[in-house]
Design a protein around this ligand. Structure first.
Ligand SMILES: [Zn+2]
Length: 219
């Protein structure tokens, strides 16, 4: 079977979002772009992540045809595909239903950049994609519009969050940091008005962090 290592990464990440309680049961989904190909590997629809094997991950082409796999691909495959087609820099997409980010998504309020690590790992206010039903093409196109040319995370109204990255650990980290930021924002709001980092600091943290990741030995 092709791409076994990539399939393993997708499954491990799906199992991790479950263990981290960013999803319940079979909700959420994870995918990877196959490098250099118009193909993606995605979690199957409605299956318990803990019972799956790497071989159960579904290989789908950019025309949304299943190339290899015994199960149906995730219901959110149109959204994952639309992101890869519009963002050549994105190689992994992680979609979760984590509670604090979901609170902002339900309230229709963006998550502000209140922590240095949010500026570093995400680099922008996490905006809310207007409501569209899960799995719909409308949701897919609205996610692409809201992510824009450099967005790393968005909230889905009445639903959850999507994080994207250069690789699967990067996309997962975006989800962790976005969820933590939402939690801290809600807690800090109890203590008074919520401040936010200034745009110049956000930009400088993000740029500095990208340089740090590329040259870890320099630090
Ligand atoms: Zn979902």
């Amino acid at each position: 079977m092709k791409y076994l290592e990539l399939r393993r990464q997708v499954l491990q990440t799906a199992q991790e979002i479950l263990a981290a309680r960013m999803v319940t049961g079979t909700w959420g989904n994870v995918s990877l772009r196959v490098p250099g190909e118009e193909l993606l590997i995605i979690t199957p629809s409605g299956m318990e992540y803990e019972k799956l094997q790497p071989e159960d991950m579904v290989l789908v082409d950019f025309a949304r045809q299943v190339q290899e796999g015994s199960y149906r691909p995730s219901i959110e495959t149109p959204m994952h595909l639309a992101i890869y087609q519009n963002r050549p820099d994105v190689n992994a997409v992680v979609h979760v239903h984590s509670p604090y980010a979901s609170a902002f998504a339900v309230a229709g309020k963006p998550i502000p950049v209140i922590l240095e690590e949010t500026a570093q790992a995400v680099g922008h206010i996490v905006e809310v994609v207007p409501y569209a039903r899960c799995g719909s093409k409308r949701l897919a196109s609205q996610v692409v519009d809201t992510l824009g040319s450099s967005g790393r995370a968005v909230l889905l109204a009445m639903h959850g969050m999507v994080g994207v990255g250069n690789d699967i650990r990067d996309a997962l980290k975006v989800c962790y940091i976005t969820e933590k930021t939402a939690m801290v924002a809600l807690l800090a709001r109890q203590l008074g008005p919520l401040p936010s980092l200034e745009q110049k600091d956000i930009d400088s943290f993000r740029q500095g962090y990208q340089g740090y990741l590329q040259n870890p030995k320099d630090e």
